[in-house]
Design a binder for this molecule. Structure first.
Ligand SMILES: Cc1cc2nc3c(=O)[nH]c(=O)nc-3n(C[C@H](O)[C@H](O)[C@H](O)COP(=O)(O)O)c2cc1C
Length: 250
């Protein structure tokens, strides 16, 4: 496909055919010319400024969260939690903690993606035992839970890449729901921006202030995501070619 073309959803009919625009020309294309999922990948960009007058409706936002919830994770341990902020005052506090990035206050919904810290993953930790219990035939069989938990702990002890810790392992898991949420948003004509640019201690103190049960002993902050509707045109994607980033061993 010619690079000069750019793609967009007809946001008023996000489930219908796509529109391709090139200069003053506009082509309507049928869904099976380029499937809707591929179009979503084209549509998604790191949105720097959202239209503050547009809010994501509850059902659409739950669809985005569901994509996060259903994401795969190592050993199925789902070591994440999603904090959703749609309150303007709290978003303003968060903006100050995110190097004053405009996305934080102009977005409709801001998600703080938490990861579970290493102390959730010891043989006796309630979180690990409850998560593992879901996978054994008898949820009261403590021996089976011990064995399955130990299987995971052996992986953590011997299977992680060089220099990686349990906290790294846990934080990495969160990038999978993050990506799935952004793609799902794009599929529904909703924009997003991942934000790794935040001051960790400031975000923690905002969480502690607004969520009395929050404990930085239990959770760390992995990544933030802003969702809303774009106000500016999307710049072209800058990417290496498929050839540059791929090696086949056939
Ligand atoms: C982990 C991660 C952290 C990011 N942090 C920020 C950020 O703090 N602020 C921002 O504007 N964009 C941020 N981005 C967006 C990237 O800059 C953007 O995805 C990249 O430049 C490619 O542009 P595109 O997504 O529009 O194709 C982040 C992306 C990722 C994956």
């Amino acid at each position: 496909m010619d690079n000069l073309f750019w793609f967009m959803y007809d946001v008023s009919h996000p489930r219908n055919d796509a529109i391709i625009q090139s200069g003053t020309m506009e082509f309507k294309i049928l869904g099976d010319f380029m499937d809707k999922l591929s179009l979503a990948f084209e549509f998604r960009h790191a949105c720097k400024r959202f239209d503050e007058s547009k809010k994501i409706n509850h059902a659409d936002f739950e669809t985005i969260l569901e994509a996060g919830r259903l994401s795969p994770s190592s050993f199925g341990l789902e070591p994440w939690h999603f904090v959703v902020v749609d309150n303007a005052d709290i978003k303003a506090e968060l903006r100050a903690a995110c190097y004053d990035q405009e996305q934080v206050t102009s977005c409709s919904h801001f998600v703080i993606l938490l990861y579970r810290k290493a102390n959730n993953f010891t043989l006796q930790s309630p979180y690990l035992r409850q998560a593992v219990a879901r996978t054994v035939p008898d949820q009261n069989d403590e021996t089976a839970i011990d064995i399955a938990s130990q299987d995971f702990l052996n992986y953590i002890t011997h299977g992680l890449g060089e220099g990686l810790s349990t906290n790294h392992w846990s934080e990495m898991q969160g990038y999978i729901p993050a990506a799935n949420m952004m793609t799902t948003a794009a599929y529904h004509g909703i924009d997003s921006c991942a934000l790794g640019g935040f001051q960790y201690p400031k975000v923690l103190s905002i969480l502690e202030k607004h969520i009395p049960s929050f404990s930085s002993e239990v959770f760390g902050v992995g990544l933030c995501l802003a969702f809303g509707y774009r106000i500016d045109e999307q710049p072209p994607h800058i990417r290496w070619s498929l050839q540059d980033v791929t090696t086949y061993l056939s």
